[in-house]
Design a protein around this ligand. Structure first.
Ligand SMILES: Cc1cc2nc3c(=O)[nH]c(=O)nc-3n(C[C@H](O)[C@H](O)[C@H](O)COP(=O)(O)OP(=O)(O)OC[C@H]3O[C@@H](n4cnc5c(N)ncnc54)[C@H](O)[C@@H]3O)c2cc1C
Length: 411
């Protein structure tokens, strides 16, 4: 006798929830997917705006290291469904991928919408029923699920449940983090959300802000040493914002910067504005007679520092040091920029914190709520941008789907 079909509920239609739905539908179960928004995958679509970075092509060891202290927890799921499997999966949907110059992997047209459209079609064809505008409110006393819908509150019974409710940033796309209250009330341990891959606030002068807001700093090196004497250094670019700084180079160091501010109230970045020249070269060139040239024009002619780079020097270097070539050269090589605090969680690309792995078994089932599985960014891990976020969402979504499938088959 084949196993009787059971009802599986997925709440959350981001990449993690859609992947869980796919696995359960392939396993022959009746799958109902609920989401509070009018359509699924809103954050996925926004992620595709500047080019959907699905995953990364770097070697496995380097790839896994991106998950930092949560590597051990995520490794089993990434071993079953990592970058290679994700690319094959996308290919089966008719979405070819390519490796960009940075090693990041994108769909060949860079877009998220065609992938999401085909995926949703395939899920519907395999029997997944989508229930939009269903905001999960928690459980009734009889363990049925409570949803707020345009028709009022409804209750739904499910034999297995996958929660894939997302993190806490960009709430307008549906991931409001409201689920933390529901699960905390059930005694599930949850680490508070923190911004990850976020910008930081700097106390710019009005003059600097007005002149340089929105301007990029290209080919600079950021260095940062935290209070445990651990150093971080990276080359890239970032943008001056009205509140401070943001962009890929800042995001790459945002986790240690955020943690330093949390511990010590602030963090100081050291910015190398001329990575291609040595301190000695800079000092010698700045020491050349400047004649009638202004200091600004001397900086530009002697060492090519102008525009926003020069603006940063005027912002943070004492005026007297501009006539001292050694001190000015030292500032160009390592300009201290004090960061006050991270920008708010809602603006961040992703969130750190979330549901503790200690609450889950190896199938991502809540130990205290059998039959309830969790996946995606709602779990307590973080990673830099570069496709690592999406890959772990797909991998944990798949693992939670497999866990729920095996749970249903055992019932
Ligand atoms: C601007 C931006 C760019 C990004 N770019 C990239 C990138 O290029 N590469 C990358 O790897 N990552 C990127 N990310 C991160 C990536 O999009 C997320 O990590 C990923 O979407 C998380 O997937 P998820 O399925 O866990 O949650 P989500 O995609 O957040 O989905 C959660 C779903 O749950 C629903 N939901 C939440 N609460 C409830 C409730 N109570 N009831 C019903 N439904 C609910 C939400 O409506 C939502 O649809 C980007 C993020 C942003 C904001």
């Amino acid at each position: 006798m084949p196993d009787p079909i059971k009802q599986a509920a997925i709440i959350g239609g981001g990449p993690a929830g859609l992947m869980a739905a796919e696995i359960l539908a392939q396993g022959g179960q009746q799958v109902h997917l609920y989401d509070g928004m009018p359509s699924v995958g809103r954050k996925f679509l926004v992620a595709g705006k500047g080019g959907l970075n699905l995953t990364h092509s770097e070697a496995n060891e380097a790839f896994l290291a991106r998950y930092g202290s949560r590597r051990a927890q995520l490794e089993p799921y990434l071993a079953s469904f990592g970058p290679a499997e994700l690319r094959i999966w996308a290919g089966e949907l008719g979405i070819q991928t390519f490796v960009g110059t940075s090693g990041r992997v994108f769909p060949s047209d860079m877009k998220a919408a065609p992938l999401l459209y085909r995926w949703r079609q395939r899920l519907s064809a395999s029997g997944v029923v989508f229930h939009m505008r269903h905001k999960w409110l928690g459980w009734n006393e009889d363990r049925s699920l409570r949803f707020d819908t345009p028709e009022g509150e409804v209750s739904i019974r499910a034999d297995a449940l996958v929660l894939a409710l997302g993190g806490g940033s960009w709430a307008r796309l549906g991931s409001t983090g409201a689920w933390t209250g529901i699960l905390a009330a059930q005694g599930i341990p949850i680490a508070p959300f923190k911004p990850a891959n976020c910008g930081f606030e700097v106390s710019w002068s009005e003059h600097f802000r007005a002149k340089f807001e929105g301007q990029p700093l290209k080919s600079v090196v950021l260095a940062f040493t935290n209070s445990h004497n651990i150093s971080f250094q990276r080359q890239g670019e970032f943008i001056i914002t009205t509140h401070g700084v943001e962009g890929s180079l800042i995001y790459a160091l945002s986790a240690p910067l955020r943690d330093e501010i949390e511990t010590n109230g602030r963090a100081i970045l050291h910015l190398n504005l001329a990575p291609d020249r040595t301190l000695k070269q800079l000092a010698e060139r700045l020491d050349q007679a400047r004649g009638k040239r202004s200091i600004a024009s001397h900086l530009e002619k002697a060492v090519g520092i102008k525009g926003v780079k020069a603006g940063l020097l005027w912002e943070f270097v004492p005026k007297a040091d501009f006539s001292d070539p050694q001190k000015l050269a030292a500032a160009i090589k390592a300009l201290p920029v004090p960061l006050n605090k991270p920008r708010p969680l809602d603006e961040a690309i992703s969130s750190a914190g979330g549901l503790s792995f200690a609450a889950l078994d190896e199938c991502l089932m809540l130990r205290t709520l059998p039959g309830v599985f969790c996946a995606g960014e709602m779990l307590d891990w973080e990673a830099p941008t570069g496709g690592y976020l999406m890959t772990a969402c797909f991998a944990t979504g798949r693992a939670a789907g497999l866990g729920a499938l095996s749970w249903l088959n055992k019932q």
